[in-house]
Ligand binder design. Structure first.
Ligand SMILES: [Zn+2]
Length: 66
């Protein structure tokens, strides 16, 4: 499932949205300030300039998956 990251140009809030292919992104809005001025980010991994907010090891805790 494609996961897109958007950044609100009004408040600078970043959030990720699961967006289906072909789905209209015109209705997207910032969950914080409800602004529709969003900037699509290419990849969470490509922009590590201001990182350290991404927890390492989000790939599960090793419980129940054998
Ligand atoms: Zn915002």
């Amino acid at each position: 499932m494609p996961l897109y990251e958007y950044a609100c140009t009004d408040c600078g809030h970043r959030f990720e949205i699961l967006q289906r292919l072909g789905e209209d992104a015109a209705q997207l809005e910032c969950p914080l300030c409800e602004a529709e001025n969003l900037e699509k980010q290419f990849s969470t991994f490509a922009s590590t300039s201001d990182g350290k907010s991404a927890p390492a090891g989000s790939c599960g805790g090793g419980s129940g998956f054998t």
